[in-house]
Design a protein around this ligand. Structure first.
Ligand code: DC
Length: 224
């Protein structure tokens, strides 16, 4: 599918700005958007709601396959609906990020989400944001970007994001949470977070979102 549908894969650690960049790029290009992290967060939410243990791999994979999740585009954000209920704000908490990172280390869960993610690749194109978009989900992506920033800047960005959403967390606690999540995401055996072969690595430290989007658009133009 990704042979015909152009895909821009944007991977990177927490707070690298990939969500913001992917959304802006999709909007500029009028392409579809896949926020793959939201899918892992929904699995974590379903696990919590249904009291599924993290070692109950079969039930977690079944939940990932069967959950009724839909994305709806709003002006400058997307809503995530679980069984028709808006769970967007609930998903954004650090607790659900950490829980998502745990369920994301389970191979059956990743497998169960694979086809669901690939189904987002539709014309005129897809911008996909996550950890393994370029390495596993869309290995034939038109452009693969690995977006990063120094840890201090990622913590600061994430802190601001949470504050904007009215979620108050202390900087040291957030810093520790993000470090733990990075370690878990980068050291897991399946689809670990790292720049895949052929990815353009972009350190966005000190860059504005507009500058990053512009750089990615130049790279995309070069592929054509
Ligand atoms: O991008 P995010 O913070 O919403 O992602 C939440 C967690 O989900 C992240 O810590 C790791 C996991 N994840 C993943 O393993 N693979 C992806 N493609 C996206 C997210």
């Amino acid at each position: 599918m990704s042979d015909q549908v152009p895909v821009v894969a944007i991977d990177g650690p927490t707070g690298s700005g990939k969500g913001t960049i992917a959304r802006a790029l999709a909007r500029n290009l009028s392409w579809h958007l896949l926020d793959s992290g939201a899918l892992y967060r929904v699995v974590a939410l379903v696990a919590e709601q249904e009291s599924l243990a993290l070692d109950d791999v079969d039930s977690l994979a079944a939940a990932a396959r069967e959950m009724d999740v839909a994305f709806s585009a709003a002006e400058d954000s997307e809503q995530v609906l679980l069984a028709g209920r808006d769970v967007t704000a609930l998903l954004r908490t650090e607790a659900h990020g950490a829980a998502a990172s745990k369920v994301a280390a389970i191979p059956f869960v990743r497998q169960a989400l694979l086809e669901r993610q690939r189904a987002f690749a539709k014309l005129p194109g897809l911008v996909a944001d996550g950890r393994d978009m370029g390495s596993v989900v869309f290995p034939d992506a038109t452009l693969k970007v690995f977006l990063t920033a120094i840890p201090e800047e990622r913590v600061r960005r994430r802190h601001n994001q949470l504050k904007e959403k009215g979620i108050d967390v202390s900087l040291p606690a957030l810093s520790q949470e993000i470090r733990k999540r990075d370690e878990r995401d980068a050291s897991r055996e399946i689809a670990p977070l790292r720049a895949t072969k052929g990815a353009r690595v972009l350190d966005s430290t000190g860059m504005t979102a507009d500058e990053v989007v512009e750089r990615v658009e130049i790279w995309l133009a070069e592929t054509g």
